[in-house]
Design a protein around this ligand. Structure first.
Ligand code: PLP
Length: 305
């Protein structure tokens, strides 16, 4: 069972989570024409009255861009204000995952994005580790990551997650924790809800944004932290065989944070991952607002307990 926060932001106000209900005829439910965000917030370890949001500006911007890809106007200022009001109403005690969602809210049929009502809501839940921080086993999925020419992959479009769902369940049903998807060009793209990094001879390598990935905010943050630490970062296509011989392989994402991969198919990955550990320690310090140089990534919101 999930621990949902008591209030949702629904139709422009905070309402009890159980009362935020939509019709079975809602357009987006049938056609996947929604777009969502996913961000984490934690209680400020230094101040019981405030909550820390990680890179909220980037998350809000990506959500509004995702809405734009669905031909919907969503104002960044409105999303940010709604988020703050919603957070203050909930006064969470534990780390949370926040799910804002914009969608075609009209009732009725016909897949389209014109002449249609849209709406926006937010809800949240308490969330600890999404994947084991000790590491996960992965299979290479038989499902390919979609192409940007058939689906706007730079947005977190709800309909796109059918492929993630198929790949994740295929992996779990065949005894693995997570799936790695190749793209239609036969290169490694990403996992079901995380971006992928490998380390080879001290270089940090990750598929570029032109390789059908979601432009992950954790990915971009890890790249910036690595450059700050003078680690050489290379964005380039990654072949399947490189995964098996890499010194380190790990996943990044808001839910997964930085998660090492310990096995891919039948091949074990080295247990010792110094670079992954260094990046993970730094990311943790930043999210807890303990790094002066990255303090601008954190937004502190007073929740007046
Ligand atoms: C398909 C997919 N790839 C990658 C990511 C990682 O993105 P982020 O770091 O912004 O959470 C996510 C999660 O949002 C995702 O759903």
């Amino acid at each position: 069972m999930h621990d949902f926060l008591p209030y949702a932001w629904f139709k422009g106000e905070c309402v009890p989570f159980e009362e935020a209900k939509i019709s079975i005829a809602t357009h987006a439910l049938h056609y996947g024409t929604g777009a969502f965000g996913g961000m984490r917030a934690i209680p400020d370890p230094e101040n019981n009255n405030s909550f820390l949001l990680f890179r909220v500006d980037k998350h809000v911007k990506r959500l509004c861009q995702s809405a734009k890809l669905l031909l919907t106007d969503l104002d960044e200022g409105y999303v940010l204000d709604s988020l703050k009001t919603w957070l203050k109403a909930n006064k969470p005690q534990k780390p949370i995952y926040i799910r804002p969602f914009v969608y075609t809210s009209d009732l009725g049929i016909a897949p389209r994005l014109h002449n249609i009502e849209t709406d926006f809501f937010i809800y949240g839940l308490e969330l600890g580790d999404y994947l084991s921080p000790e590491g996960v086993t992965c299979r290479i999925s038989s499902w390919k990551r979609q192409e940007d020419s058939s689906l706007p992959l730079r947005g977190k479009i709800s309909g796109a997650y059918i492929t993630s769902s198929l790949a994740k369940t295929e992996a779990v049903n065949s005894g693995f924790d997570e799936a790695l998807l190749m793209n239609s060009r036969g290169k490694i793209s990403e996992a079901s809800g995380m971006n992928l990094f490998i380390v080879r001879d001290g270089d940090l390598i990750t598929p570029g944004v032109d390789h059908d990935i979601l432009e992950g905010i954790t990915r971009a943050s890890v790249i910036e932290i690595a450059k700050y630490l003078n680690i050489n970062v290379i964005e380039r296509p990654v072949d399947k065989t490189e995964l098996f011989i890499a010194d380190e392989v790990f996943l990044t994402g808001t839910a997964a944070k930085i998660t090492p991969i310990k096995q891919i198919e039948c091949t074990e990955i080295k247990k010792n991952m110094p670079l992954m550990n260094l990046l993970r320690e730094n990311l943790l310090l930043i999210t807890e607002n303990k790094s002066k140089d990255f303090a601008h990534w954190i937004t502190s919101i007073s929740i007046d307990r």
